[in-house]
Design a protein around this ligand. Structure first.
Ligand code: KIV
Length: 259
């Protein structure tokens, strides 16, 4: 049975941490799902880690949907969420409804994530939720705003911390069922996690969130550029290089395939 949005809320109450990771294709999604990941995000970070762009901005809704369909085929248990990419929801509520509707109808993801917490985004989240579309919010460092914010930690001053807290509360009130807190101080993430009834999922936000998410390419040691707060649990780049070189050597020596 698939993890549900209600289950995530229950896990917050029970103090059971939510394990989230990103995926961009069938094979990876299948492994993550069988390994027991609770929430799989078809994050727009795939623009950088799988498509080689410098930022998340160029990826289109059609590209996200293409990857989400492949991920969907690999996931049985985890709750599946897709990012709405840059400028697929910021123009108007109508545009957001159209984009999120396409995501749910065409790919089978169960929810969408969108970035930011200004009043226009909060109003959009409320409309999506009213239409029956579950939404994950995302505040703090929002990579779609890289040209305004850079990749710096957000919420360091009391004023900006207060602002991020207010955005998180507004997103909860608009009906978001969970919220990603990216690259904000540990104390601020702790405060938001205590204030909200919906689960917080941290990335670079310290240990006091209700769950954690990593970009899977970072976890696997496959990213070309890795943020300082990410952790690699294996150096797959090195492992793959060794395997490829071993194959190359055997082909050149004539020992593979065996005679
Ligand atoms: O796109 C992504 O991978 C994300 C995570 C960093 C949460 O939004």
């Amino acid at each position: 049975m698939s993890v549900t949005t209600h289950q995530l809320a229950q896990w917050k109450q029970q103090g059971r941490a939510i394990v989230a990771l990103t995926a961009w294709d069938y094979a990876l999604a299948h492994v993550l799902d069988e390994a027991g990941v609770d929430l799989i995000l078809v994050g727009d970070s795939l623009a950088m880690v799988a498509l080689g762009y410098d930022t998340t901005l160029p990826i289109t809704l059609d590209e996200i949907l293409h990857h989400a369909k492949a991920v969907r085929r690999g996931v049985k248990r985890a709750l599946l969420v897709a990012d709405l990419p840059f400028m697929s929801y910021q123009e108007s509520v109508q545009q957001a409804l159209h984009s999120a509707g396409r995501a749910l109808k065409e790919t089978g993801v169960q929810a969408v994530k969108l970035e930011g917490g200004n009043p226009a985004i909060v109003a959009t989240v409320a409309q999506l939720v009213q239409a029956g579309i579950p939404v994950v919010g995302h505040v703090g460092l929002t990579p779609q705003a890289v040209h305004r914010l850079g990749y710096r930690q957000q919420g360091k001053s009391p004023e900006t911390a207060e602002h991020i807290l207010a955005e998180a509360i507004a997103l909860e009130n608009a009906g978001a069922f969970a919220i990603v807190l990216e690259h904000i101080p540990t104390d601020l993430a702790h405060q938001i996690t205590q204030k909200l009834t919906i689960p917080t999922i941290g990335i670079g936000a310290g240990p006091h969130c209700d769950g954690q998410v990593l970009v899977t390419a970072d976890l696997l040691g496959l990213s070309v550029h890795q943020p300082p707060f990410a952790k690699s649990y294996i150096n797959l780049r090195e492992t793959i290089t060794q395997a490829v070189q071993a194959y190359g050597a055997e082909v050149r020596e004539g020992t593979f395939p065996p005679g």
